[in-house]
Write a protein that binds this ligand. Structure first.
Ligand code: AMP
Length: 493
């Protein structure tokens, strides 16, 4: 077998597995990362979902584990590689990739996250696994119950490290690091590099090599973006109209809050659009079920918060709607990067009311372009509508956060009463990834989210900040939605 993967020094079994998955050439991040990881180097990698980063660390880890027997120690079958992820969905996807890529290897893998029965995980760990993919909270639960031994981990991967910090996992991560041997290989993957990430890298990595995924097609360029100006109170109505009139059959809608997601999904259902919400208050089974229905086309609209949507790999999504704009401009780039994959035309539409305009300005600064404005006939915004601060409570708990404020950890809304008083940091915060067991009536064994595989995994990164483009209000296009024509109907893929 001869492919670009052979040249990277990977074993035949791994090359065969990726070839069967249809990968012919390594992506840029794989080309850079794989030889370095094979050589045993620590790595600081700038890459986000969609760049092929998972194979960038999983393939060389599988290769290295097969080369050397586990070190002799107290545990008969020690965990040799630990991959930490911020969300359950990402953990499930990474685990599935380990299984796919390791199809012809002997290494075993288990996934560990909250929201599902801990007993099945304990059983899997007892049988012995080489690779554990975990979210930090549930991993600590296992460590507390002594159902996992991390003392012989040879490789640690932090996947989406920036998001783990955003979600407030740093204290838990530090507890996990304290259980690992000092002598190990550490790989840190992050889409963005804040001071906090750099500080983490400085403490964790030894003489790291730095690699950066530079996507061929940035989502910002590949995706057709529009802003539709509308009054605050008419966004739901407008969205239902657009979905119906434009016959959008698969649209991912982003809201800022879990309550907002629920309310919108309910509204859409009442108005003839099949829709479900996914967020951290939903059980893992409910989230997995919604995602698989969405992927098969049974569900027209999936309404998600950023954190719930993080790590979802959905192929060639034709439409992404920002019902609310994100507080963090880079999240806009991540959101729109879910459409326009694999050379397909994608459309990202942001519904913008007076409150959202400062957020839009921040986004345009980061993407270094002005997003064209449109107004849909019958939905002309009231020019006198005054911007309201986006605060908790209005419209079901929306909050205008200062720039770069960490998004609230999912699952915390329901548990607010158990939070310590402001100013006191909790000894151990409540965990999104240790959420409640599946609700009654749901099967206890959650199926893993179905995996989709875009042919072209090149994805976007936010461009560096530049001065905000000036938006001239007169450039707003008035339309009777012709500008929102669907980019070809792709039902039945
Ligand atoms: P990731 O960034 O790891 O989430 O990968 C994004 C998608 O790209 C996944 O669906 C992978 O299956 C796919 N992928 C990864 N590497 C390649 C490759 N070399 N060629 C084609 N697809 C790939």
């Amino acid at each position: 077998m001869n492919s670009g993967f052979n040249a990277l020094g990977l074993s035949e079994a791994l090359v065969r597995a990726v070839t069967e998955l249809g990968y012919t050439e390594p992506t840029p991040i794989q080309q850079q990362a794989i030889p370095l990881v094979l050589a045993g180097r620590d790595l600081l990698a700038g890459a986000q979902t969609g760049t092929g980063k998972t194979a960038g660390f999983v393939l060389p880890i599988l290769h290295r584990l097969a080369l050397t027997p586990p070190a002799a120690g107290k545990s008969r079958h020690p965990v040799r590689a630990l991959i930490l992820t911020p969300t359950r969905e990402l953990a499930a996807q990474v685990e599935e990739s380990v299984r796919d890529y390791g199809k012809y290897k002997k290494s075993t893998v288990a996934v560990i996250f909250g929201g599902v029965s801990i007993n099945n995980q304990i059983a899997a760990l007892r049988r012995g696994v080489d690779i554990v993919v975990a979210t930090p909270g549930r991993l600590l639960d296992h460590a507390g119950q002594k159902t996992i031994d991390l003392s012989q981990v040879e490789v640690l991967v932090l996947d989406e490290a920036d998001r783990m910090l955003d979600m407030g996992f740093l204290p838990d991560m530090k507890r996990v690091f304290a259980m690992l041997p000092k002598q190990r290989q550490t790989l840190l993957f992050s889409a963005t590099f804040s001071d906090e990430i750099r500080a983490l890298a400085n403490t964790l990595l030894k003489d790291p090599a730095a690699v950066q995924a530079t996507p061929r097609n940035s989502a910002v360029e590949a995706v057709s973006q529009k802003v539709v100006l509308v009054d605050r109170g008419r966004k739901s109505e407008l969205l239902a109209k657009l979905i119906a009139e434009q016959q959008w059959y698969q649209v991912l809608v982003f809201t800022r809050t879990k309550h907002g997601a629920n309310r919108l999904a309910e509204y859409l259902c009442k108005h003839g659009v099949t829709a479900l919400a996914i967020h951290g208050n939903k059980s893992q089974n409910a989230r997995t079920h919604a995602l698989s229905q969405f992927k098969t086309g049974e569900l027209q609209a999936l309404v998600a918060t950023d954190i719930a949507a993080r790590g979802l790999d959905i192929e060639q999504l034709p439409h992404v709607v920002n019902f609310d704009l994100p507080h963090v401009p880079e999240d806009y780039v991540h959101r729109i990067g879910r459409t326009g994959r694999a050379g397909a035309t994608g459309e990202a539409i942001s519904l913008v009311c007076a409150d959202d305009k400062p957020l839009l300005a921040d986004i345009e600064k980061v993407i270094r372009r002005e997003v064209p404005r449109e107004i849909v006939a019958g939905f002309e915004p009231n020019p006198n509508e005054r911007a309201e601060p986006i605060q908790r409570g209005r419209g079901g708990g929306q909050q205008r956060a200062p720039q770069r404020q960490a998004p609230k950890r999912e699952g915390s809304e329901q548990r607010r009463s158990s939070q310590p008083a402001a100013g006191k940091s909790p000894a151990r915060a409540p965990h999104a990834d240790r959420a409640a067991p599946p609700s009654r009536g749901e099967p206890r064994n959650a199926p893993r989210p179905a995996k989709a595989r875009p042919a072209d995994p090149q994805r976007a990164r936010a461009a560096p900040a530049a001065p905000a483009p000036r938006h001239d209000a007169s450039s707003t296009v008035r339309t009777n939605i012709p500008g929102l024509a669907p980019p070809g109907h792709r039902r039945g893929r």
